[in-house]
Design a protein around this ligand. Structure first.
Ligand SMILES: Nc1ncnc2c1ncn2[C@@H]1O[C@H](COP(=O)(O)OP(=O)(O)OP(=O)(O)O)[C@@H](O)[C@H]1O
Ligand SMILES: [Mg+2]
Length: 275
């Protein structure tokens, strides 16, 4: 079914009052602006899943299980039914994450409804009342860049404390709304304690943001908040208000490893004439 037909269904069911205009067509979804009473909202329609590859999702879906074992077996086998179930789980993961993170006070769009593969949420706006731009579309002073970086690091900490890692956080999945940055696009969100790639995904998420904002102040690119917060998280020492420095001792460890190598080489050189 075409995306627009799905939104049309919402209109026919009386869940929305008007389809205003298409907003974006992404890799995974089509996004429309719709109106409900006096409020404008966004309808995110997941693209037809059966034509898409699921292999790349393996790293993300690890640790996600459904309660029904018949469904789980079908999903594991990758049959047509299993793939449809898999898609439902994928879409639900975004809705679940948005609800959980909203409740944890993370800056994500408020969800209003999830119906037949359509996610209805708040439309994020810029100060002029237009759809909010992505982080990648904005320019910042060094001071603004540090502020946004600090804000997003704090949001990632809150997410981690709620047990969730975004998994695809970057300058493309943060919108800069009139009241601050908002994190979007979470179907690949992973459970921090149920996924072997959790640390890698978390560090990549934070590094993506630091690397992008380093355009406006290169010192931002030298921070290591991802590694630092994961270390504290693993030791059950991470809370929303835990002070972080952006420095990480592990990076000294690498220097230590180089020092050890130098020692080994020196020892080998000394040993050579003796042979
Ligand atoms: N709540 C929202 N308010 C305003 N704009 C939104 C909202 N949600 C999504 N958008 C717009 O739609 C675009 C696509 O949304 P999203 O990233 O969730 O879907 P996607 O299909 O995974 O996209 P992509 O493949 O480009 O990452 C966003 O970049 C943003 O411009
Ligand atoms: Mg996106």
């Amino acid at each position: 079914m075409r995306s627009i037909d799905r939104v049309q269904e919402l209109l026919e069911e009386g869940m929305i009052d008007e389809i205003v205009q298409p907003l974006m067509s992404g890799k995974e979804a089509d996004v429309f602006i719709v109106r409900c009473d006096q409020e404008y909202r966004v309808a995110k329609v997941y693209k037809d899943a059966l034509n898409r590859s699921f292999r790349q999702r393996a790293a993300y879906t690890e640790g996600r299980r459904v309660r029904n074992t018949r469904q789980q077996r079908a999903m594991d086998r990758g049959s047509r039914y299993g793939r449809a179930q898999n898609e439902a789980a994928w879409q639900n993961a975004e809705v679940d994450a948005l609800y959980k993170l909203g409740a944890a006070g993370v800056a994500v769009p408020k969800v209003h409804l999830f119906y037949e593969g359509v996610l209805l949420m708040d439309l994020l706006l810029d100060p002029a009342g237009k759809p909010a731009p992505r982080l990648v579309d904005c320019d910042f002073t060094s001071e603004e860049a540090w502020y946004i970086h600090g804000f997003l690091v704090a949001e990632v900490v809150k997410m981690l404390c709620a047990g969730i890692i975004h998994g695809d956080l970057s300058e493309y999945n943060v919108l800069v709304a009139w009241n601050g940055p908002v994190i979007i696009d979470l179907p690949q969100a992973v459970l921090a304690t149920h996924n072997r790639s959790a640390r890698e995904l978390l560090v990549r998420d934070v590094t993506n943001i630091s690397r992008y904002l380093a355009r406006f102040d290169k010192v931002i690119g030298e921070t290591r908040f991802g590694e630092e917060m994961w270390e504290k998280f693993e030791r059950a020492q991470l809370h929303a208000d835990t002070p972080l420095t952006g420095r990480w001792r592990g990076s000294n460890r690498r220097a230590d490893a180089r020092a050890v190598l130098r020692e080994v080489e020196a020892a080998a050189r000394e040993a050579r004439p003796r042979r």
